[in-house]
Design a protein around this ligand. Structure first.
Ligand code: NAP
Length: 380
């Protein structure tokens, strides 16, 4: 078995009893692999919004202060009183970060599955991947094709599987077209490519003119800007053209989910032969699948009586899709990693750099095209 350290550096987050959140680097154990396990030297792991939600919780980034030492930098942030109840279960517990990543298998247990991965580049999931090494079950790893680098394969679980999970949810629930918000996100660009390739109607909602241009350049047919005075009319027109009755909303807080349902209802009512006090009988669904806005969800009154708003997580959706469907999704993701499902990063940073104050302020913005990639074994 190849050499690997007993402990490895990981990025961690801890909420202390005084209401402060501390980000630091800690030595975490790297257990020797059991029969069906492998040890992965992690070479790339993206900082996705779900990682930032765990990293920062409800802390106020404007209060962030550099602390620690040159060797072991740390950052402390205040959690405002209104954000503490949501974090109550985390107090006093240190958590590693990093839902997904990729690296090289440097040690393997004695099962055939584990041995077959030895020396290979794999994509992995399972948390705590913003770490130099992780011991993982083989089921948490996916062998990457020879021409895919760890950086290219690091983000092949979260966003690509979510995009294809959304399409399958659409089919399973009897819808034929989609509305998507924060549509210039890394995930949104992938969804646009899949819908264009597969001939699925997609209404992209963005909030800035440059995001409209970006999507149009990539071939999007329907792009509406939520900040435009004509937003609601534009949305009704795009929904009318596509027939979308399903929305995936990454923003969550505010009026957007309600705007989408309201526009669907108007578009459907226009096609009804007569007025009904109950509105259109066709079911309209918006899934809130992200919380880019932590505010309350506000719904208008005029939605008719056939609608729902729910939460949606790719993990739950993939369970419903089942092993055969998931295998097909994985195969498509692997086959299109350099094209449809390629993620772009604005910077590749080390674990130490992740704890630099200015760098934290930049990646915590979650701005369009500014996703960061952590290279845990990169020296500074
Ligand atoms: N439920 C699931 O299973 C699941 C799985 C994967 C991803 N997700 C969610 O998918 C979303 C996109 O992920 P990603 O990795 O593609 O993100 P990303 O590339 O980091 O992009 C984030 C996007 O969100 C926009 N944004 C940020 N705050 C916003 C706000 N308050 N209102 C409207 N737009 C806002 C940004 O636009 P600006 O430049 O205008 O700020 C940017 O285009 C995230 O919410 C993530 O949590 C959910």
């Amino acid at each position: 078995m190849a050499e690997f350290p007993n402990t490895s550096l990981r990025l961690q987050t801890l909420i202390k009893t005084d209401g402060q959140l501390e980000l630091s680097l800690a030595d975490a154990p790297v257990p020797p692999p059991a029969s069906d396990e492998v040890v992965v030297q992690v070479q790339a792991s993206p900082l996705n919004p779900s990682d930032l939600a765990m990293l920062l919780g409800t802390a106020d980034v404007s209060t962030a202060k550099q602390s620690g030492t040159a060797d072991r930098p740390a950052i402390t942030l205040d959690i405002p009183p209104h954000g503490r109840a949501a974090m109550a279960n985390r107090v006093g517990k240190a958590y590693g970060i990093g839902n997904e990543g990729a690296g090289v298998v440097v040690a393997a247990g004695d099962s055939d599955g584990a041995q077959s991965l030895l020396g290979k580049t794999v994509a992995c999931r399972g948390g705590e991947l913003h770490a130099q090494y992780r011991t993982l079950n083989v089921a948490q790893c996916m062998l990457l094709p020879d021409d895919i680098s760890p950086a290219e394969g690091a983000a092949c679980f979260t966003n690509p599987m979510t995009v294809l999970g959304m399409i399958e949810t659409m089919r399973l629930e009897g819808h034929t077209a989609l509305v998507h918000t924060a549509a210039a996100s890394n995930l949104g660009l992938m969804l646009n490519k899949v819908c264009t390739a597969d001939g699925i109607g997609l209404v992209n909602i963005v909030r800035k003119p440059e995001q409209e241009s970006l999507l149009r350049t990539l071939g999007a047919r329907h792009v509406v800007n939520s900040e435009s005075p004509s937003f609601q009319n534009d949305l009704v027109a795009a929904i009318g053209e596509t027939g979308a009755t399903l929305g995936f909303d990454a923003v969550g807080g505010g009026r957007l989910a309600g705007n989408i349902l309201g526009a669907m209802e108007i578009a459907l009512a226009k096609k009804m032969p007569d007025y009904s006090r109950y509105g259109s009988p066709q079911h309209k669904q918006v899934y809130i699948y992200g919380r880019l806005d932590l505010g309350e969800v506000v719904l208008p009154f005029n939605l008719g009586m056939a609608w729902s708003v729910g939460g949606w997580l790719s993990t739950y959706a993939l369970e419903k899709i089942g092993p055969k469907g998931v295998a097909a999704i994985r195969a498509r993701v692997l086959g299109e990693l350099k094209t449809t499902f390629a993620s772009r990063y604005s910077a590749e940073i080390s674990l130490m750099q992740a704890l630099d104050l200015e760098t934290l302020k930049a990646y915590s913005r979650k701005a369009t095209g500014e996703k960061y990639l952590i290279a845990p074994n990169k020296s500074d």
